[in-house]
Design a binder for this molecule. Sequence first.
Ligand SMILES: Cc1ncc(COP(=O)(O)O)c(C=O)c1O
Length: 397
Amino acid sequence: MQEVAGRGVPRANANAGKPFCKALEVARTCEQGDEPMAITPQPGISDIALYQGGDAHVDGVNRVIKLSSNENPLGPSPLARAAYLEAAGSMEVYPSSDHAGLRAAIAEVHGLDADRIICGAGSDEIISFLCTAYAGPGDEVLYSEHGFLMYPISAQVAGATPVTARETSRHANVDALIAGVNPDTRLVFVANPNNPTGTMIPVDDLARLAEALPDECLLVIDGAYAEYVDDYDGGAALVAARDNVVMTRTFSKIFGLGGLRVGWAYAPGHVIDTMNRVRGPFNVSAPGLAAAEAAMRDQDYVASCKAANARWRDWLAAELDGLGLPSDRSLANFILVQFPDEDAAKAADDWLRKFGLIVRRVAGYGLPHCLRITVGDEDACRSIVKFMSEFQKGARA
Ligand SMILES: Cc1ncc(COP(=O)(O)O)c(C=O)c1O
């Protein structure tokens, strides 16, 4: 994505000079035998690489274990399920537009100011609000080398240019990010922990980055996996202390509500006000709001998911390491396993798929020699180790 040439610069339009195909001119255009004006998207939209979600099916395999989207293998809290089902009883009613109930629950649990919280249809939508509101043609959106691909996609949708800063051994490098900022930079995205690397940088480094940014640039700390980390507030204190930092969070990971599409952000008041002008009034569904509120209040369940994840993540990483397949220390609910080269990673992926184990190839993130494996339940982790052990011993069909 580095230095995408000409993004934001209007490209030559093949229809330039032809009459616009509005009602009054259609007849004349057709009479003259001209082709009707082609329907073309805005400049740069056709260049956007389609986001590839994690696969969920393997041809010819009936039972699969999906470890490709960092979902919670234990599912949501039973209280969230019950709230969802209750909300299903009044589907004809529009949802709350101000999300007051969910914002209050988030504020209480995290000790935050509810007026500085906004909810979105997943944190993807919040990333999109930020890019739409703050970046446009001629502006740059900076993110780190192996950062989440919705940053460049949302930047391009807004007509802005995505730019990457190099990482150091798959860790965000704050000096490189600072060096990548210029007068055109409007947004800097850092996921902490990052997807797909699973690594994170200290909050002090994030504070240094925020301090170094010019006045017209916002730092967005993406905390999609923050709940998996001990003694980490996801960057909330930094948001509270500064005017140029936003924290995004999601209900799709530890809360097990990926299918409902609910995310949120904590931001300075002026940024909340701006995002609310971009946000559709009913952007989160009523069952989504109800389930997310119940899930947020059930912190015992969150703690049990966190403990299970840490246990099986560390076991999985150690076992694979013992098989000659190292990974960086992950702080999230997945590990990024390194293979000697791209062919080996692809062969391992094909091998696991034969047994219905679907993991994620991450060549699109500049990591062609790696596979990202979501930490599943005990059975899933043991299956991965069993089949990777066979693979490493040379058992490839
Ligand atoms: C780093 C990161 N940010 C944001 C998201 C988006 O999550 P959602 O839109 O489901 O809230 C993801 C999802 O995989 C992610 O990995």
